[in-house]
Design a protein around this ligand. Structure first.
Ligand code: GLC
Length: 553
């Protein structure tokens, strides 16, 4: 596809930033972040180079799963503000050239949702079939997504004497998507938020959401997902569905709608992310190279979302038992750093013992891999975690703005904060936005540079991807090529410097190699053979500047 106007498919070259309103900035000092506070930080996000803000759930909720247990799909949690505050925020973001997407959590509701309250009153409730009930569950022994916190996926309801299904916590009963009334309600929810100006949804737990109850044969889940996407596009032609599908690539391809697309617009690359950590630990590019090589070809409109960390545990479930153990031993040596036998509840800086070279290499890689980068708030600063918060909450501590009270997040008493501040050497005293904004050598400045170069390098989000062969196993060298041009990127997983010898074919005489992240320029010899040097944990982005090329390099 010719890239004439990259804003056409904006998600192909977006910089996505995930945040939770309640931990971002507390404007009324009640201890809970709010939309007014967030609106005051829109300029910070614009300056960072973010083009799409992903809001974690902000809906009314008993908050037993950090808002992923929703009791009103149409509301705004009153602690965070009102619909008016939400719309003001979306408008402000748009004014600064940013889009907003919101979490769509429709695999389940909270057990406090009026539908479930009614459904469990009696078997005759008009909402009974909004959920999945059984007298004798077929798969009673299946583990919950949260092993250790939940014993199974079926909960006995005393009053109506049936079990209900809950893939996640028992206070999150699964919706029955086989019920057409449920599908109609969910479409209305989507339509509602689109009317308020958002550009799409991060769709939670997609494979579970589309799971049909035993015996249902008259609905094809992928056909339904296609319908949903069509509905979305009718209501808003450039809105997207960014899906959470932690499955092997072949199955992810199905959720894209195959090589033709038509289902999810984007999906997180969980497989690539996990392989990246294995590469990091082994100081060997091979695991990541292998994973990237297995990525299926997707439609030009579809896109991969690359990430280093998200708000959940760093899941390692796609690695083998031994590989997982290897990563655990290196990056999460203590039991309290792990959850569910599969994941790590630390952020990257603490896992690499604060080594700025490894941190920068990781983010340089994330921004240069084919796809769209997704940052989790605080990553741009190198925030750490608070393991005392327990489980996944460890990485959900308040944003660290300054050295002020509670890291500048809120002036409320510490005991009233929605989440505890990070206490140790990664706390606000050492890691905060105010100090880093004024420091050209800070991680924040580096991430700004990456976002900037990414945005002016459409070949990353759009281009054809190839791994370049060379003589250094610790280095991933890849090329990205589109009609706008070509670039290559190199990343060294080794603590030792490396000289990489490779061949860049197919370029005319007079072609130059221009470094994009720092000063540097060399001529490409006629035979295409070059030596490219990398320091320990080094990284380079190189634009291939063809003779006469007018691009701003
Ligand atoms: C997704 C979310 C996670 C949440 C779960 C249940 O996996 O990322 O945070 O707990 O769904 O909604």
């Amino acid at each position: 596809m010719k890239i004439t106007d990259t804003s056409d498919l904006w998600w192909k070259s977006a910089v996505v930033y995930c945040l939770d309103v309640e931990t971002y900035l507390d404007w009324n000092d009640d201890g809970v972040g709010d939309f007014v506070g967030l609106s005051h930080r829109v300029d910070y996000l614009a300056e960072l180079g973010v083009t799409c803000i992903w809001l974690m759930p902000f809906y009314p909720s008993p908050d037993k799963d950090d808002g992923y247990d929703i009791s009103d799909f149409y509301g705004v949690d009153s602690r965070l503000g009102s619909h008016g505050d939400f719309v003001e925020f979306v408008r402000t973001a748009k004014d600064r050239g940013m889009r907003v997407i919101v979490d769509l959590v429709v695999n389940h509701t909270s057990d406090q949702h009026p539908w479930f309250v009614s459904a469990r009153k009696s078997r005759e409730s008009p909402y009974r079939d909004f959920y999945v009930w059984s007298d004798d569950p077929p798969n009673k022994d299946e583990p919950s997504v949260f092993p250790g916190e939940e014993s199974g996926i079926w909960e006995w309801d005393e009053k109506t004497e049936q079990y209900y299904l809950h893939r996640f916590y028992k206070h999150q009963p699964d919706l029955n998507v086989a019920n057409p009334r449920v599908r109609d309600e969910l479409a209305k929810v989507i339509g509602f938020w689109l009317e308020l100006g958002i550009s799409g949804f991060r769709v939670d737990a997609v494979p579970f959401f589309l799971e049909l109850p035993e015996g249902v044969t008259d609905l094809d889940p992928h056909e339904y997902l296609r319908d949903l996407r069509r509905f979305l596009q009718r209501r808003s032609s450039d809105a997207i569905l960014l899906g959470e599908v932690n499955l092997p690539y072949e199955q992810q391809l199905e959720y894209f709608g195959g090589a033709e697309g038509g289902e999810l617009s984007m999906q997180f690359d969980f497989v690539g992310m996990q392989a990246f950590y294995l590469s990091l630990v082994r100081e060997d590019a091979a695991p990541l190279t292998k994973a990237l090589g297995q990525r299926p070809t997707i439609a030009p409109e579809s896109q991969w979302a690359n990430f280093v960390r998200n708000h959940d545990e760093l899941t390692l479930d796609k690695l083998s038992e031994e590989e997982r153990q290897e990563v655990f031993d290196a990056l999460a040596p203590e039991e309290r750093m792990r959850v569910y036998d599969r994941g790590i509840v630390r952020r990257l800086p603490t896992m690499v013992a604060g080594d700025p070279r490894r941190l920068r290499m990781a983010y340089s890689l994330m921004f240069s891999l084919p796809g769209t980068p997704v940052l989790f708030y605080g990553e741009e600063l190198g925030m750490g975690e608070n393991l005392d918060a327990g489980g996944r909450a460890a990485v959900r501590t308040p944003m660290q703005w300054s050295t002020g009270k509670n890291g500048g997040f809120s002036s409320a008493a510490e005991k009233d904060l929605v989440a505890p501040i990070t206490p140790d050497g990664y706390g606000p005293e050492f890691v905060n936005a105010a100090a880093q904004r004024h420091d050209p050598d800070s991680l924040l400045s580096f991430i700004k540079l990456l976002a900037d170069r990414f945005r002016s390098s459409a070949e990353i989000g759009w281009g054809a991807f190839h791994v370049l062969e060379h003589d250094q196993p610790s280095v991933l060298a890849h090329s990205l090529e589109a009609d706008v041009g070509r670039m290559i990127a190199l990343h060294n997983f080794s603590p030792d410097a490396r000289a990489v010898h490779l061949r860049i074919d197919g370029e005319a005489e007079g072609t130059e190699l221009l470094d994009l992240l720092e000063e540097g320029r060399q001529e490409l010899p006629a035979d295409g053979k070059v030596q490219l040097d990398l320091p320990a944990y080094g990284y380079r982005w190189i634009r291939i500047v063809r003779p006469g090329q007018k691009r701003l390099s």
